[in-house]
Design a binder for this molecule. Structure first.
Ligand code: ZN
Length: 219
């Protein structure tokens, strides 16, 4: 039986005392996009490569163990790296050491940041079930590539994987679900037992997105 899956996401503003974001800093090098092995279409828009130079922005009272650029671009502290490497968890394919060039502290606190590492995450088997997840993809040509789903997604009401596509990783990317990192219950418990800060876990059945829903915006 497959485990419970969760989306790994950044906290909302004010939700974490360790709210930490990062931005890439010049010089920013990118290689070509990840290509779908089935249709050879671009799956990602970019792949960040060395040198990894970043700016940190903190909104809380201390640096987080996780720092987000988006829900697919994540830094982790050396604490996370060491604990992950000592665990039997799998799915992080590379820890890329980051050079911190600038720090913007929105609230006052002392101390240097931890050493951070940019994560590369496994993208192997896991593939979203479009019908069960109630996805909507605008302007996708038919027939759609069954592996990458032509990459774009405008809406999903939950994340349900196609049966038997998950390949055992504890942290992983999903075909057809760009901009998301999914984890297993084991990974969530690993983070909780180590008291890693600034990461939120949303059960896959409750993780949704709608590009056309502006109800969160309050003017
Ligand atoms: Zn494809």
């Amino acid at each position: 039986m497959e485990p419970q899956f969760y989306a790994l996401i950044h906290p909302d503003p004010g939700q974490s005392l360790f709210d930490t974001e990062f931005d890439e800093e010049e010089p920013i090098n990118r290689t070509g996009a990840l290509k779908c092995p089935s249709c050879h279409g671009a799956v990602t828009s970019r792949i960040w490569v060395s040198p990894f130079i970043a700016k940190l922005t903190t909104w809380g009272r201390a640096f987080g163990d996780f720092a987000f650029l988006s829900d697919e671009d994540v830094l982790v502290s050396s604490r996370v790296r060491t604990a992950f490497e000592e665990s039997d968890l799998v799915g992080i394919t590379e820890f890329c050491p980051i050079e911190i060039k600038r720090i913007v502290r929105r609230k006052r606190f002392q101390g240097p940041p931890p050493a951070y590492h940019y994560l590369r995450i496994a993208q192997s088997g896991a593939n979203i079930d479009d019908a069960a997840s109630e996805t909507y993809r605008k302007g996708i040509k038919k027939p759609m590539c069954p592996q990458c789903h032509e990459a774009g997604i405008d809406r999903f009401k939950r994340v349900i994987l196609q049966p038997n596509t998950w390949t055992g990783e504890d942290i992983f990317a999903v075909w057809g679900l760009p901009s998301a990192i999914m984890v297993t219950e084991r990974f969530k418990i690993f983070c909780e037992q180590n008291a890693f800060t600034n990461a939120i876990f949303v059960p896959a059945e409750e993780y949704s997105y709608d590009a056309w829903d502006f109800s969160d915006l309050r003017m």
